[in-house]
Write a protein that binds this ligand. Structure first.
Ligand code: ADP
Length: 480
């Protein structure tokens, strides 16, 4: 039994702690409320009114569930049910609430039951995690953006060179998660030894430029060679000494490949154009000298100059049409064309000199619905190739036939032929056969352009060849 004095002290202490609770409840910056068994709010604190934007009067008496975003309601109801009816001691839940101004606030909800004067109430704390949520989402967005741009982020502490990588970082190195801790040394394990010095030099200029920049090759975990670009900006302490680098890492293998192709192309183009232009230049200088003193050789020189000019023209033509295939093709209309007539037009120039003859066989009346100028271009390209790459073949055969409802045209020579494995590659852009291509001018575009023209007619193109016997290039397009 408590004596009177003990009882008053106890009551006093109890009142004191209730007051303390009330004060904490009122003044804490954590939004809180008290609900009854009908989930109605009986008491709110200032932080909650500020969080939701409603006044105390507006909130009191309403149900907390009224403020919950629709998709979280069921889960919250279920947890409340367990709490109030199934002796669950408390629950925690992450939800979003709708504020008075219809914007969203993210909270971590914790509800615990307590009794006062025999009645059970729920005490709910709503921890505002909107900032964290936004951070989480922008982090997710950043990681996604980095992933799709084949980039990753990295942060290096310059005290011990330890690195904090972003999610996609390891996939650039095709790392299977066996390497967990990244630092300056681990990068060097991947970087090719010949590029290691460049990587180390990037650190040496950091204090001066506050910029980190390294482009080099790595050997990935799966043994493939990739080009990477590590960039970063140094953060400095109050004395101006770099303490941290924050930056990005990018897989630039494709860019490097394109750069290489561009360089190769420029060197091929200048080399190919240089030969006929030099010869043209020499001829023009000669003509210049001869013009006031004409002799019998003038004609010869003019002929040579013309030949060089034709070569330059055809090279430039190839370049322009390959670069602008659609326009090149679309400018002209289709009509009904007799194939053998197209063969005749492009043969006239060739047979004029008397060195080569063209034999046309098959169905000389076969008609197609096509862009005449373009099919003629394909035929000339095949016939010219036969003369260029099989000069010993003085007769070039052109056969026109109907195969499976299509018109098939084949151009055959009896030259040295082409290796089997080269055949499918001949129609690729810039492809030339090493062994015979270098003696003749060309960009390796003629067959590519031809196959594009045939494709746009809904047709097919191919080549057959036997070493020592000759080659046949053919195309087929729908009949008229
Ligand atoms: P280019 O003549 O500018 O090199 P093409 O695309 O017309 O480009 O030809 C690609 C390559 O195919 C040529 O470099 C040549 O090596 C090979 N080729 C084409 N036609 C023949 C042929 N009739 N006989 C042997 N090789 C040929």
């Amino acid at each position: 039994m408590l004596n009177h004095h003990e009882e008053t002290t106890y009551q006093h202490r109890f009142k004191e702690s209730v007051d303390k609770f009330q004060n904490i409840f009122r003044l804490t910056s954590v939004a809180s409320n008290i609900i009854d068994s009908n989930l109605k709010i009986v008491k709110v604190n200032k932080a909650l009114t500020e969080l939701l934007g409603f006044s105390e009067d507006e909130i009191t008496g309403t149900k907390i569930l009224d403020y919950v975003c629709e998709e979280y309601k069921d889960h919250w109801i279920h947890l409340n049910n367990e709490l109030w009816n199934k002796n669950r001691p408390f629950f925690k839940l992450e939800v979003c609430l709708l504020k008075k101004d219809n914007t969203i606030v993210w909270v971590n909800v914790t509800t615990i039951l307590f009794k006062e004067k025999g009645i059970t109430y729920g005490f709910t704390v709503l921890d505002n995690i909107t900032g964290f949520k936004h951070f989480e989402e922008s982090d997710k967005r950043l990681n996604l953006a980095l992933k799709y741009s084949k980039m990753a982020a990295w942060e290096m502490d310059l005290k011990d060179f330890s690195v904090i990588p972003s999610k996609s970082h390891d996939s650039i190195f095709e790392n299977d998660n066996s390497l967990k801790l990244w630092n300056r040394e681990t990068y060097l394990l991947y970087i090719l030894p010949s590029d290691g010095d460049l990587f180390n030099e990037a650190f040496e200029v950091l204090a001066e430029y506050r910029n980190f920049n390294f482009k080099g090759r790595i050997l990935t975990h799966c043994q493939s060679v990739k080009w990477i670009h590590l960039q970063g900006e140094a953060e400095v302490d109050e004395k101006g000494n770099p303490i941290r680098i924050i930056g990005t890492i990018k897989d630039i293998t494709q860019e490097k490949l394109l750069e290489q192709q561009r360089e190769d192309f420029i060197s091929i183009a200048s080399h190919e154009l240089n030969t006929p232009i030099t010869s043209l230049n020499a001829s023009l200088q000669l003509i210049n000298k001869m013009v006031y003193n004409p002799d019998s050789k003038l004609r010869e020189v003019i002929k040579k100059a013309n030949k060089s000019m034709v070569k330059v023209n055809s090279l430039i033509d190839d370049l322009l049409s390959a670069n602008n295939m659609d326009n090149h093709f679309m400018q002209l209309n289709k009509s009904v064309v007799i194939l053998s007539e197209l063969v005749n037009t492009c043969c006239n120039n060739i047979t004029e000199s008397g060195t080569y003859s063209i034999e046309t066989s098959g169905d000389i009346h076969l008609k197609v619905y096509a862009v005449a100028e373009r099919i003629e271009q394909v035929l000339c390209s095949l016939i010219n190739n036969a003369i260029k790459y099989a000069p010993e073949s003085k007769v070039i055969k052109v056969n026109i036939e109907e195969v499976n409802n299509q018109a098939k045209v084949s151009v055959s020579d009896t030259g040295t032929g082409i290796e089997k494995d080269e055949l499918p590659l001949l129609f690729d852009r810039f492809y030339r056969v090493e062994s015979n291509g270098s003696q003749h001018s060309g960009f390796g575009l003629g067959l590519y352009i031809s196959s594009e023209i045939i494709k746009r007619h809904g047709g097919e193109m191919g080549a057959e060849s036997e070493i020592g016997k000759g080659s046949t290039f053919w195309f087929s397009i729908p009949l008229a």
